[in-house]
Design a protein around this ligand. Structure first.
Ligand code: CMX
Length: 435
């Protein structure tokens, strides 16, 4: 099949069988115990979700359908031989679990372009906000406006059978993914440039088109955007944005509603907004010393100043990872290849040497190593995308490629309404004194 829908349609029945069998034969198997620490500690370490696209190992980091980032870079089709994986390749892989051929990826790129028409009222909804509104607020507003065209909502109102829910979910997801770059680019051009829309280029792939619509045409920036979108797509199911999308879709809210909610979670500074905070923090270091070429002592002093004022070091630490994020590493490799002498990149490299021992010394930070957000900003800044308040929008566009496929599988596999049990504080105390 060169078409993604046909490929998926074949996979649905066999995966429905897998889930049915698991529930029937192993429904009572215990996966671990739930402790008070978990309940009070943000459910860390509690296995409570199924996510098909990817899994995060604390030491090794992300695997997309079993493949590490270097494996994806080697095996997934790029825009040219040896190029970074195309976002279309990642989307195909996440949804089907199969490595696509170049022909399949090209057909998917074409399909996404053909779905990318934006209704005028979506631009108008964004225009109703002041230009000063944060780009993430504008982005969520745009996504909510796109919801007006939800196929799932229409089909549900028309009485669609449960067994077919995944079909309009597929339509919504693909339309949403296809339309996000144009909406996101509009926000950038409106807030930071002349407000004129740069139309989609029919000869470009998803990642390159997004860069193009933002106003960037340097082939190196296009290639960085392909890598950026691919590595930010998915990070298993428990992170705030992915989990939110899954939760909000569980009462059959359509993919637009679910994704808008996910974006609102991504906009938190401890999650996706950290990429904005990182560049802002780096700029504040440069402002303090008047240059990015600073000594280890100066940097140490600044990190202590950040910590002593009660702030976190943005871009460091993680809820699951316990080593350097491979998404950081691959961006570093990209930088070493394309901008080794950039002073901001060199400062990021220095920060990576100086921050971990300081965080370790605090004695409470479980992971002192850099995460994905510690690196993306200086690369974007180098290619001229200097407005850090926009960075989380880029992350948001990419996240649709991970969250979308799971929403389709949620409906295909008949995943139920999510409804965990809560207890009052009194009840928790009671349970503790009894044990
Ligand atoms: N700087 C300072 N203190 C940090 C820290 C950092 N980078 N990372 C963790 N800590 C602190 C926590 O604030 C917590 O302190 P308190 O006990 O005083 O509240 C303590 O160390 C223990 O936290 P943890 O168990 O190591 O980390 P969590 O799983 O609770 O939180 C995360 C993970 C990412 C929220 C946290 O490391 C953090 O705030 N990092 C900075 C923000 C950031 O980079 N976020 C992006 C993550 C990736 C993404 O989602 O995009």
């Amino acid at each position: 099949n060169t078409d993604l829908y046909s490929e998926l349609k074949e996979l649905v029945p066999e995966n429905q069988e897998r889930v049915k069998k698991l529930r029937k034969e192993h429904g009572n198997v215990e996966l671990g115990k739930i402790t008070v620490d978990m309940v009070l500690g943000g459910m860390r370490g509690m296995t409570a979700l199924v996510w098909l696209g990817s899994a995060v190992d604390p030491d090794e980091g992300i695997r997309f359908r079993g493949m590490t980032i270097p494996e994806c870079q080697k095996k997934l089709p790029g825009a040219f031989p040896g190029g970074e994986p195309l976002p279309e390749s990642i989307l195909w892989l996440l949804l089907t679990g199969k490595i696509p051929s170049k022909e399949q990826v090209d057909s998917l790129a074409q399909e996404l372009r053909s779905r990318a028409t934006i209704p005028d009222y979506a631009y108008k909804a964004i225009d109703a906000l002041p230009v000063s509104a944060h780009p993430m607020t504008q982005f969520t507003t745009g996504v909510m406006a796109l919801q007006v065209q939800s196929e799932f909502q229409k089909a549900y109102e028309g009485g669609i059978a449960k067994t077919r829910y995944w079909e309009p979910t597929y339509e919504d997801t693909m339309n949403l993914i296809a339309r996000l770059p144009a909406i996101a680019a509009y926000i950038y051009r409106r807030k930071y440039k002349d407000g004129k829309i740069i139309p989609l280029d029919d000869s470009l792939d998803y990642g390159a088109n997004y860069a193009h619509m933002l106003g960037f045409d340097d082939p190196e920036m296009l290639e960085f955007m392909r890598l950026y979108v691919s590595i930010h797509s998915d990070h298993e199911g428990g992170n705030v944005s992915s989990h939110t999308a899954h939760l909000v879709a569980s009462p059959l809210s359509d993919p637009y509603l679910a994704f808008a909610a996910a974006l609102n979670g991504l906009a938190g500074p401890l999650h996706g907004l950290a990429n904005q905070e990182v560049l802002r923090w780096i700029r504040s270091i440069v402002a303090e010393f008047g240059t990015p070429n600073i000594s280890t002592e100066q940097l140490t002093e600044y990190i202590h100043k950040t910590l002593n004022s009660g702030q976190v070091v943005p871009g460091y630490g993680h809820g699951v990872l316990r080593k350097t994020d491979p998404r950081y590493t691959c961006q570093r490799e990209f930088a070493l290849k394309h901008l080794p002498n950039d002073p901001y990149f060199q400062l990021v490299s220095k920060i990576k040497e100086v921050v971990p021992p300081i965080l370790t010394k605090l004695g409470k930070v479980k992971n002192p190593w850099p995460n994905v957000d510690a690196h993306s900003g200086v690369l974007l800044n180098y290619y001229g995308l200097t407005e850090e308040n926009y960075y989380t929008v880029l992350f948001g566009v990419a996240r649709s490629l991970g969250v979308g496929p799971q929403l389709i599988w949620d409906r295909a596999l008949g995943m139920p309404l999510e409804r965990p049990k809560s207890v009052t504080l009194e009840k928790l105390e009671q349970l503790c004194t009894k044990s």
